[in-house]
Ligand binder design. Sequence first.
Ligand SMILES: [Zn+2]
Length: 454
Amino acid sequence: MNRVGTGTIKMLLQIAKTVNPASFPVKGERHPPRDPIPGQLRRLIRRLILVVPILLSILSTNCRMTEKTETQPPATQPDSKPNDAIAIHRRAIAIDMHADTTQRLVDEHVDLTQRLPDGHLDSVRAREGGLDAQFFSIWVEPELFGGGGARAMKRADDQIAAVKALTEKHPEIWQLATTAAEIRRIAAEDKLAALTGLEGGYAIDEKIENVERYYKLGVRYMSPAWTDSLSWAGSSGDEAGKTRGLNAFGKQVVREMNRLGMMVDVSHVSDKTFWDIVNTSARPVIATHSACRALVNEPRNLTDEMIVALAKTGGVVNVIFYPAFIEPGWNEKKKQVDKEIAGLVQRASEEELGDVAHKKLARDRVRREEFARRLPPAKVSRLVDHIDHIVKLVGIDHVGIGSDFDGIQATLVDLASVADLPNLTRELLRRGYSESDVDKILGGNMLRVMEAQK
Ligand SMILES: [Zn+2]
């Protein structure tokens, strides 16, 4: 849409330039210049002159605005700056803190420059949705690749290499970024910034020097645990995590991350690990894809006390888009459906002849289809309920977004892919959030946190 729009604007500007309005009689002019154009043609040209500015204004509203940073002058007069939801959305720098599309790059070899028929993210839909920066999750599933050791490291390295390859193959669309300044620059160039974060610290293989190794590979956040606890960090997803926090090594990891400027992510960690992180970290702490436990009582979500403590570090809760963690009662129903479809899922896995990663893809495909058919729809307004809750607790400066796209088997009906991101802005504006609030929620708060890491 963007390229077509820009081309059309250029064409119309050319027409406007060709038709010189100065050659027509001006009101009040006593001696109009001789008019060499016949009446019929003149009327046509006059109409064009009237229509061109209207067309230009409609088109520029629908196009990605170039004024992505405050330092750039606005393209139009300040008082004519459009204030509809789309214009506000496109002016903001939108940063999604978490998507699992990385595994699609490695396991399915998807071409992210094309509009994909499935999944939640590609560059075509990212542009439609006004996204500016994507943190690609570097996720090592311990069950498949080990909770440490060479295989876990290789799995992480393969994913990092896949993101890098994407940016090297398509620099006209994707640019690798590691800092807030780079995100701002890439957004101003109308490209997409690609960043990476480790989901679970399995790949550091209990070696402190590996934190720096991953930092040097471009990784800018790490959640110590995914759903399996490690010896040094408890997870919210297993029995061990119920009593496990950070041990001495875990605290050393957090301090090393602080030293390097790698953000500490509390999504997935146990409650005890959360408190150990908040009490150890000297830098703002983030949750990359979590929601509020006060609204949906899931261990993956944060209690009000946790949100307050995280905000005190200067950090940000990036709200996940997954109905299981934001729609009350949804996850209970999902667990029931999981039982009902267990046979179907098992069969899909057995019929898939590929490797473990492909068997998982086959299982997820069945889950996705069955969840869509059997579970109640949830809407973007529910996501904004969680944003509202965080804002009421700690103010506008501590909330952001982390979709978990391509890592979830169900989406909100009106936020079913990155292309639907403007629906979030519409709902925020409908609830009375200002343009500057929307800027902060979509990415401004995370830019601040990234800038505060060193
Ligand atoms: Zn996750």
